[in-house]
Design a protein around this ligand. Sequence first.
Ligand code: HEM
Length: 179
Amino acid sequence: MPQETPAQDLRKLIKFLIASAFYFFVGTVHGVAQVIPSVRIWLDSIGSPYGGPGHMIDPLAHAHINVVGGVVLLCMAVTYYMLTTLSRRPIWSMRLVDHSFWWTALGVAGFYSTLMTFGIVEGNMLLRGETEAIYKLHRFYGPFIAIISTGMGVGFWLFFANIFMTAKSIYSTPSSKTA
Ligand code: HEM
């Protein structure tokens, strides 16, 4: 009989599901707000969806809060749960489960807040004709979004590493015929 592996506390995956539902809530409220005529006219007047400050709000912020915050966090939890349940092998690292969650969840919150803040502030500056002020402020956008994007990326890469190492332990285990 294969050695029973100690049960891992898969309740750690619950936070992925709650965060996913929350980010979908934010993303859907954002989505509805974008079609309210006065908001739509404002977004179009600042360049959405093609460029300028409007592009940061629609589609970038809207797309990423839904696809990274909603879909990717859900996919991470489902992948972790199904991989360990189907293989009856433990996830390689539960610490990496937590790290992949917090880097991705806080990363997407930072990514969304940065895009929304720069989009709204620069958008209103644009409508007031303050091009010099936009230029001064936008110098900070690049470093800001790069640091936060890297944080979000770290969440993805820790998830990939944990999945690949788990797969390696599944297929290197003598009783891998379970897989
Ligand atoms: C670390 C993760 C990610 C980072 C840092 C990131 C960053 C970006 C950036 C900077 C752009 C804008 C490019 C431009 O200026 O037009 C972009 C566009 C986009 N991203 Fe991501 N992204 C990430 C993950 C994802 C994922 C996982 C998905 C889908 C599952 C996704 C879907 C999109 C889409 C659909 C667009 C195009 C939006 C448009 O202009 O219509 N992204 N992303």
